[in-house]
Design a binder for this molecule. Structure first.
Ligand SMILES: Cc1cc2nc3c(=O)[nH]c(=O)nc-3n(C[C@H](O)[C@H](O)[C@H](O)COP(=O)(O)OP(=O)(O)OC[C@H]3O[C@@H](n4cnc5c(N)ncnc54)[C@H](O)[C@@H]3O)c2cc1C
Length: 478
């Protein structure tokens, strides 16, 4: 095996996992009226490999065995690997209208685990890399889907894990046994976990010696006893494509992920008490994950450009100077992010054990540039569209003959654009930029993959400022 069909992935999720949504335990996430839509959305990574139009991009062949496997599992070694990975992530997001992330985040974590395990083995004399490799190859052979639980619930943000009044707000080891460890705690915002086979757990921050029990990383099947997923959805309930053209099929699901004394066998434990490596593992993961993040966001930027241009044409303002300026800003925002990702792929660094890491500075600037400007770009789109964005009547008024004739007659735009055409464009913009989902996207842009401050700290840490100081000093010599 090496490639799993979407139907087989769906089948693999009927395993007794403990998922809660809207006050109830969910018996089967695949057939639930809301989570089932989220499952189908998250499954695009599997569907792409089955789609003749994307198969070349989504599937790789192992030259040694001739076996096919998902490109997400290709460990990047050079610019081409990184560019293809970026293209594939964007393709999933473009076909879906949003990011699926069922293989993207997990493989980001696995690349980071390879790098940090290699470092640990060379410096501590441990034997973690063979475990990581064994786990990675088993997952690749079964084409498993992942969620990554890194962000702890954290309690008092001003205190370290071991200083908290509640000792369980960071996931920690509560028992070490001959056959494995027992972990307790909770992580927040775990994307797509109800639709994953495996959950990879990473530390969320650097640790001190006193935090050693919190320096823990491991992987477990989602159906593990004691693991509880309490789900929330990005837009709920939605339901018809006239009023909700994008979010009817786009449901991003995130969970509060509770570890109620979960047992993890040693062969699945990658970090346990080596506190000096918690920070490097957290940081190495986001080096890949922010590259993924900026890649999956680009199709949404393109949707903004297209929607802004279309509604400007419908409204008869496409040639007005301030409207053209705003569309230009949308294009510059999109293409700056894309250009930075291409440059980050080209200026990668290959680190032991032979993995290409995209330029840290450029990747973080790409993510920061996208996120810092997101709300401004929403403003541009809302500004061009006009107030009908939030006041246009819903579908049922367009189905009622008593009201439809007035709406169609009065709400039209330029000659040839009917009320219904213009309203449908408005509904699309509302759906992505002025709705519950629009608000979700704004929070996603600021916080997901780390808050803006995290990117700024990383850029300052990675960039060689000293080199610039030396240039200045060279002018100050006699
Ligand atoms: C939609 C969505 C999906 C996500 N998906 C995942 C996922 O799949 N897996 C995962 O692990 N995480 C995920 N995240 C989590 C994401 O990485 C975090 O939201 C982010 O790191 C911020 O953490 P927080 O939400 O706890 O906010 P906080 O950490 O509370 O941040 C709030 C503000 O306080 C500041 N702050 C916090 N602590 C300090 C401090 N000690 N010193 C100075 N400033 C501080 C922050 O910079 C920020 O400005 C997701 C988040 C969102 C919104």
């Amino acid at each position: 095996m090496g490639l799993k069909s979407f139907d087989r992935h769906k089948e693999s999720l009927r395993d007794g996992r403990e998922v809660y949504f809207d006050g109830e335990r969910v018996a089967d996430v695949t057939s639930h009226p809301v989570l089932g839509v989220g499952m189908s959305f998250a499954g695009i990574d599997y569907k792409l490999a089955e789609d003749p139009g994307h198969r070349d991009l989504a599937v790789c062949t192992d030259p040694r065995t001739g076996e096919e496997y998902s490109r997400f599992y290709r460990i990047p070694e050079n610019t081409e690997d990184l560019l293809k990975r970026r293209e594939l992530i964007a393709a999933g997001s473009r076909v879906n209208g949003g990011p699926p992330l069922i293989k993207e985040i997990g493989t980001d974590a696995l690349f980071a685990l390879h790098i940090v395990a290699d470092h640990m083995d060379r410096h501590l004399g441990t034997s973690i890399l063979p475990k990581v490799r064994g786990y990675f190859e088993a997952c690749r052979a079964q084409d498993l889907g992942f969620a990554v639980a890194q962000t702890d619930v954290k309690g008092d943000r001003g205190k370290r894990p071991s200083e908290q009044h509640n000792p369980d707000v960071y996931v920690r080891v509560v028992d070490r046994r001959e056959d494995g460890i027992v972990v307790r705690g909770a992580k927040a915002h775990t994307t797509a976990s109800p639709f994953a086979n495996e959950l990879i757990v990473l530390p969320t921050r650097a640790m001190a010696e006193s935090d050693a029990d919190y320096a823990v990383s491991f992987a477990i099947p989602v159906a593990s006893p004691g693991l509880k997923l309490i789900a929330e959805v990005s837009s709920h309930p939605g339901g018809n494509r006239f009023d909700y053209p994008v979010t009817t099929d786009l449901k991003m699901v995130d969970t509060v992920t509770v570890f109620d004394d979960v047992f993890v066998p040693w062969e699945r434990v990658f970090l346990c008490g080596e506190w000096r490596y918690a920070g490097p593992l957290a940081n190495t993961f986001v080096e890949f994950h922010r590259f993924t993040a900026a890649s999956y966001k680009l199709p949404m930027c393109e949707l903004f450009i297209g929607a802004a241009q279309l509604i400007a044409e419908y409204n008869g303002v496409a040639n007005v100077t301030h409207v053209r300026d705003k569309i230009m800003e949308l294009i510059a925002w999109t293409e700056t992010t894309r250009g930075l990702l291409v440059a980050a792929s080209m200026e990668h660094k290959v680190v032991p054990p032979g993995i290409a890491v995209p330029s840290i500075t450029l990747t973080n600037i790409a993510k920061h540039h996208f996120a810092r400007n997101y709300h401004l770009m929403v403003q541009n789109l809302q500004d061009i569209a006009g107030g009908l964005l939030v006041t246009a009547p819903f579908r049922r008024d367009w189905e009622n003959e008593a009201t439809r004739k007035y709406l169609d007659y009065y709400l039209g735009g330029v000659e040839g654009v009917s009320g219904v055409q213009r309203t449908r464009a408005m509904k699309l913009i509302r759906d992505i930029a002025a709705s519950g989902f629009g608000g979700y996207q704004e929070i996603l842009s600021i916080h997901a993959e780390g808050s803006l401050a995290a990117q700024r700290i990383t850029i300052l840490r990675d960039y060689d400022v000293k080199r610039c100081v030396e240039i200045v000093k060279s002018y100050l010599k006699d």
